[in-house]
Write a protein that binds this ligand. Structure first.
Ligand code: RP5
Length: 162
């Protein structure tokens, strides 16, 4: 985590989600975007989740990335409280493979959006890249670093290890 003030808030429903969400943290770190990360459950820690979401904008956050598995209410609950864009990462689950998580956050009723990404590692990485693209609209340094990341990715994508 950077020592600068966080502009992205990562929240996840359980410490067990960190195995997936470390990929969000890694991508934000690579792009030098300061973030904070917390494990708080919409169901087990409702008071703390509300406090996190209600204070996020005033604390300098620009985007919230919320991850959860199973009956994944967390992104929607956070989105209901903050005006900031909320990106949802569905955690892969043992019983239903993460389809439960995906539908819980993708099927938000009209009026409170959650920008839902892919299940698991790809969604976690892309949540960071989408957060970067949002921040880059008003931050030229982040825009430059995101452009550089994409240029490097474009240059290396076709290489095979054989
Ligand atoms: C959700 O329940 C969490 O986001 C996690 O993905 C899932 C299981 O949580 P644990 O039982 O591992 O704490 O709230």
């Amino acid at each position: 985590m950077s020592s600068k003030s966080p502009v992205v808030g990562i929240i996840m429903g359980s410490k067990s989600d960190w195995e997936t969400m470390q990929h969000t943290a890694d991508m934000l770190t690579e792009l030098a975007i300061p973030f904070e990360a917390k494990a708080l459950s919409a169901h087990r820690n409702p008071v703390q989740v509300h406090e996190f979401a209600a204070t996020a904008k005033a604390r300098g956050m620009q985007v919230i990335i919320a991850a959860a598995g199973m009956a994944a209410a967390l992104p929607g609950v956070v989105a209901a409280v903050t005006p900031l864009p909320v990106l949802g990462v569905p955690i892969e689950t043992r019983v239903m493979g993460g389809i439960d998580s995906l539908l819980s956050m993708a099927q938000m009723p009209g009026g409170i959006p959650v920008g839902t990404l892919a299940i698991g590692k790809a969604g976690a990485k892309n949540a960071a890249l989408l957060a970067a693209a949002i921040i880059a609209l008003k931050d030229n340094d982040v825009a430059d670093r995101l452009d550089a990341f994409r240029a490097q990715q474009n240059a290396t994508e076709a290489e095979l290890p054989v």
